[in-house]
Design a protein around this ligand. Structure first.
Ligand SMILES: N[C@@H](CCC(=O)N[C@@H](CS)C(=O)NCC(=O)O)C(=O)O
Length: 206
């Protein structure tokens, strides 16, 4: 197994969290390099695009959260080997990532500008992508997004839905998911209760 070091903010969410979960579930040893927000200015000087997450694989640095997630998912046995199931998995991951890209600029806004930008998403693209995710989930049996089992796609959506529900995103109502795609909340709760996921978060409980 390669030496792995994953660098990201010290939070239970965001773009590296699905990869952390995948490695924890798969029992893949890795260095969990977490840093506080004020340290980001220094960390980003060491990354190719001034962005995180980055994964070091035997000392080689790689970027792009979904490429990282797919790679560690393969190591952890959480990425389909069947090409069609892998495609379904990738599709879900890209949809979540695209929604994150739309949300990204609003983190650099404040006040009325942020409110207007976030409400435009809440009333526009967010119900659309959440509704699509829900329909995909239901179309594939309602439990998992692909391969009839837990995959990295489930982890990606789990982290996203938990973030939307958390109240950490000002102007995004905490009941948005429940209103527009309640099956995603049921899915989120089921993933949270998966023994390996529950054990992962239990180790952080004070
Ligand atoms: N395409 C990259 C985007 C990474 C990204 O935007 N990361 C955010 C944190 S979640 C960041 O570093 N933002 C700082 C910036 O873009 O200046 C990926 O998929 O990993």
């Amino acid at each position: 197994m390669p030496q792995l070091k994953l660098s990201y903010f010290d939070m239970h969410g965001g773009r590296a969290e699905p990869a952390r979960l995948a490695m924890a579930i798969g029992g893949i040893a890795f260095e969990d390099h977490r840093f506080a927000f004020p340290e980001f200015a220094e960390v980003r000087k060491t990354t190719p695009f001034g962005q995180v997450p980055v994964l070091h694989v035997d000392g080689t640095q790689v970027t792009q959260c979904d490429a990282i997630l797919r790679y560690v998912g393969k190591l952890a046995g959480l990425y389909p080997t069947d090409p069609l199931q892998a495609l379904l998995c990738d599709e879900v991951m890209y949809v979540v990532e695209e929604a994150g890209v739309k949300m990204g600029p609003t983190f650099r806004m404040t006040g009325d500008e942020q409110k207007a930008a976030r409400l435009a998403l809440v009333n526009g693209s967010m119900p659309q992508y959440l509704g699509w995710l829900q329909s995909q989930l239901l179309a594939h049996g309602g439990e998992y997004f692909a391969d009839g089992r837990l995959t990295v796609a489930d982890l990606k959506v789990f982290v996203d839905v938990r973030g939307l529900n958390s109240g950490r995103l000002d102007h995004v109502p905490t009941d948005l998911v429940e209103k527009v795609a309640p099956a995603l909340n049921t899915h989120m709760q089921r993933i949270a209760q998966t023994p390996a996921v529950a054990a992962y978060y239990a180790q952080f409980a004070a």
